[in-house]
Design a protein around this ligand. Structure first.
Ligand SMILES: Nc1ncnc2c1ncn2[C@@H]1O[C@H](COP(=O)(O)OP(=O)(O)O)[C@@H](O)[C@H]1O
Ligand SMILES: [Mg+2]
Length: 340
């Protein structure tokens, strides 16, 4: 069977001040039905743009090359009702800032019944009953009262549960979760992840999960992709990513992470500064920060190499692996360490 989602050599440029700026470069990956794929990378690496492209939510004037296929259908060929159905039923998005995605003057009931009433043409009383059931499903007590409340009357964790309830209402086959727990405290994060996990299992939903947290990606996702400057640097089984990173960038992220069991809000610091896809140098985008870079690394953009079931965009890695541990090619962990 074909994968649920196939992203194929996707390149995206966005208009900025009269020119087109590259934000994604040759991004390819696939996601099977019901499975979870993590997407990690520093701020600006293109994580949100990847999910926005998949959801066909790019800004006006975007230039898209390559393809996105959902269940075999070209997403960028969808028009009219087919596009509406794709966005309303096939994929659902959950964002970091739940509050910014609600209307402060409309109740939780209004918010949850809107899609049911417009997409499913459900009469109001039935839609409200269904909205109450959805809230109960995500573990919200006293749903009738919550439906009458406004967003400001709910905590961040409760509001994110409401967002999950809204996202899974149509039983989408793919959930695009863009840092859904980054704004929450550690305990609430764990609760929200547990609910998301339960919903996924119950309804067989696949998930593309964006996070700053390598540990969390490892705990939740079958595979993890590491993005840097709008490119896939590595794709690997999440469990292997920590033990045997296949890219010096991943190795540096793994080495710089705080002790196991502690959740972080940002990726750890690595020597040097991240680059955007737009400003990336010739050759490997990570070369200026890389501990093991050679002149060849600056000559041309490395291809994504297969190593077993995994992939790395590093020409040095096949030679380095086996001879050294990840620590050797990870290099210094922070800017402080390389200052004189
Ligand atoms: N509307 C936009 N127009 C032009 N460039 C944008 C726009 N939104 C984001 N970008 C740029 O695209 C790149 C990727 O951004 P994004 O996907 O939001 O990163 P991430 O989610 O990994 O932090 C960044 O360099 C960012 O500045
Ligand atoms: Mg983002």
């Amino acid at each position: 069977m074909n994968p649920l989602l196939e992203v194929d050599a996707l390149s995206v440029r966005l208009p900025v001040g009269g020119e087109l700026r590259t934000v994604l470069r040759d991004v390819s990956f696939a996601l099977d039905r019901g499975s979870a794929l993590g997407l990690v990378g520093e701020s600006g690496s293109g994580k949100s743009m990847t999910v926005r492209t998949i959801a066909r939510l790019l800004p006006e004037g975007a230039d898209v090359r390559g393809g996105v296929r959902f269940d075999g259908a070209e997403v960028f060929a969808l028009r009219g009702d087919a596009l509406r159905a794709y966005r309303a039923k096939d994929v659902a998005m959950i964002f970091q800032d739940a509050r910014a995605h609600t209307n402060p003057v409309r109740t939780i009931g209004d918010f949850l019944t809107e899609a049911l009433r417009t997409n499913d043409r459900m009469p109001k009383p039935a839609a409200l009953r269904r909205a109450g059931d959805l809230l109960a499903e995500v573990g919200i007590a006293d749903p009738e009262r919550r439906l009458r409340q406004f967003p400001h009357e709910l905590s961040g964790g409760l509001l994110q549960r409401v967002m999950i309830a809204a996202a899974v209402a149509a039983r989408p086959r793919l959930v695009l979760a863009d840092e859904p727990t980054t704004a929450l405290d550690v305990t609430t994060q764990a609760e929200v992840m547990a609910i998301l996990g339960r919903m996924r299992r119950e309804y067989g939903m696949a998930m593309l999960f964006i996070t700053h947290d390598l540990e969390l990606a490892g705990a939740v996702c079958d595979e993890t992709i590491v993005l840097y400057a709008g490119q896939v640097m590595e794709r690997q089984a999440s469990a292997r990513l920590h033990e045997d990173p296949l890219h010096p960038y991943t190795a540096a992220l793994v080495q710089a992470r705080p002790e196991i069991g502690r959740r972080v809000e940002r990726l750890p610091a690595i020597a040097g500064h991240p680059t955007t896809a737009y400003e990336a140098p010739d050759g490997c985008a990570f070369a200026p920060r890389c501990h093991v870079a050679q002149p060849e690394c600056r000559e041309s953009v490395p291809a994504l190499l297969r190593i077993g079931p995994s992939e790395t965009r590093c020409v040095r890695m096949p030679g380095l692996r086996g001879r050294t541990g990840p620590r050797e090619y990870a290099g210094p962990a922070s800017n402080e360490e390389i200052q004189p």
